[in-house]
Design a protein around this ligand. Structure first.
Ligand code: AMX
Length: 443
């Protein structure tokens, strides 16, 4: 059986050649326009990136290589006796563009286990940080501490031909994916469990071993981790973590430098940090109201209070989606199946009944529906992970799968350094004056 790297090469090399041809023939076709509001408005809707691994439909949500989440849950290989997909299978799908077999996935699990040893210096670097440092900061530093191992940086320094750099990018990406759970678990155990570290169990799959190293023995938590690490892996190319990884990688920075940039973006409260913000917000609501299970009326009042104090309702809204996030739905289904009577989960569902109408009534929120972060914290809390500052690290472990698969594609396609044109408000004002002047003239 050929290795994942050989399969990637078999698939991606001819694709890279076809894209070159396509660009020669059709590179000058116009796909869109940009208006002034988009220049100041975070470039919403500007179609200016190519990302192969997944694509986001505003109404139907994420498609990984064309497959929506419910279909993935059905078609991706599972652990023995398991019901949730294995994230290794999604990595295969994103890299190769085809569904893997059970053997393909087993081979990835074994390969990741074989690559998973973390150099001692990384733990020393983490130990040197004040324990109160936010877990995402620690995680990013942990990733950076491994950068000296980069095979890509070494290959570049040794003058490897540009067309062959994808090979060392692939190796770095797989090494990084393999080691992230260990680093994340180390941070968790040092910060929250009196440094009680758990040695990896290399016979387990990637997600189950992560759950094990985090000190969770419950099979339910392993099951949750498999689902969690699958659904958070990718959300096309324009979101902050994917785009920053891609952008930094375009300077031929290696996978460590690029992924650390992505993690730092994920750590923002409008992006991946929203999952910790949701739980913080829900717990604050209970505390302020002095009730364990607030009624829908009480939730409604609290939402209005949040909005009136100039804050966002965390876990709601999206820059692209215009419907309930299928990743929210997948977690809701998991909860209905596994923990339907959980108090906090029921509060999350009541919030879902109340928030969209209120956000809609503001008349400015483009998507009043819940995103992925609205549900995840309640599931984690159910299994005993109460340290919500850590939640975004889980997101980061998962996000590595998508953004690093994309980075491998970037190098295989030989994409150039990213360098869009920026402009000044002075230029914009001048442009408006000229355009209006033209309009008046033609009138
Ligand atoms: N609560 C209150 N106001 C909201 C809101 C929410 N959940 N979502 C959007 N708005 C407001 C915006 O702040 C903006 O207000 P302004 O004009 O006064 O500045 C207005 O509605 C229009 O915004 P938009 O076009 O609908 O959204 P956007 O594309 O600018 O931002 C997002 C998208 C996700 C940042 C925003 O919806 C938000 O802040 N949500 C809460 C934070 C969150 O859950 N983030 C996680 C997103 C998923 C992820 O990346 N993990």
């Amino acid at each position: 059986m050929s290795t994942l790297k050989e399969k990637f090469q078999e698939k991606a090399e001819p694709q890279a050649a076809k894209i070159k041809e396509m660009l020669k023939e059709s590179g000058d076709l116009i796909v869109g326009q940009v208006n002034i509001a988009q220049m100041y408005g975070g470039m919403r809707g500007v179609r200016a990136l190519v990302t192969e691994t997944s694509s986001l439909d505003p109404e139907r949500g994420i498609r990984f290589r064309g497959y929506p989440i419910p279909e993935l849950k059905e078609k991706l290989p599972k652990a023995e006796g398991g019901v949730e997909p294995l994230p290794e299978g999604l990595l295969y799908l994103m890299l190769i563009g085809e569904l893997p077999t059970d053997e393909d996935v087993k081979a990835i699990s074994q390969d990741l286990a074989a690559r998973s040893d973390v150099p001692d210096n990384v733990f020393k670097v983490l130990d040197a940080l004040p324990v109160e440092t936010h877990p995402m900061t620690q995680f990013s530093i942990g990733v950076m501490a491994m950068q000296s191992d980069s095979l890509f940086a070494k290959a570049y320094r040794e003058g490897v031909h540009k067309s062959k750099l994808w090979d060392s990018m692939f190796e770095d990406s797989m090494n990084l994916i393999a080691r992230l759970p260990r680093i994340a678990a180390y941070i968790y155990n040092r910060k929250y469990r009196d440094n009680k570290q758990v040695e990896p169990d290399k016979s387990l799959d990637w997600a189950a071993n992560f759950a094990h190293m985090l000190g969770f023995k419950d099979d339910g938590f392993k099951k949750l981790m498999r689902l969690y690490l699958t659904i958070h892996a990718d959300h096309e190319g324009g979101n902050v973590s994917a785009h920053s990884t891609h952008l930094v990688g375009s300077a031929l920075s290696d996978a460590y430098l690029s992924f650390a940039a992505g993690l730092n973006g994920l750590a923002g409260p409008l992006h991946g940090l929203a999952n910790q913000e949701v739980i913080r917000w829900v717990l604050n609501m209970r505390e302020e109201l002095g009730v364990k299970v607030p009624s829908k009326e009480q939730i409604s009042e609290y939402v209005k209070k949040t909005l009136n104090s100039g804050k966002v309702v965390p876990g709601y809204g999206h820059a692209v989606l215009r419907q309930t996030d299928p990743r929210f739905t997948a977690q809701m289904e998991f909860a209905k199946e596994n923990l339907p009577d959980d108090e906090l989960v029921n509060i999350i569902w009541n919030i879902y009944d109340v928030v969209p109408d209120i956000l809609e009534s503001l008349g400015k929120v483009k998507n009043p529906w819940p995103n992925v972060d609205a549900h995840s914290g309640a599931l984690l809390l159910h299994y005993g992970m109460k340290e919500y500052d850590f939640y975004t690290v889980l997101f980061g472990v998962s996000r590595a799968l998508g953004v690093l698969a994309s980075l491998c594609w970037d190098r295989m396609l030989g994409l150039p350094i990213e360098r869009p044109k920026s402009t000044t408000t002075k230029w914009v004002k001048h442009f408006i004056e000229e355009t209006k002047g033209d309009t008046e003239l033609t009138d």
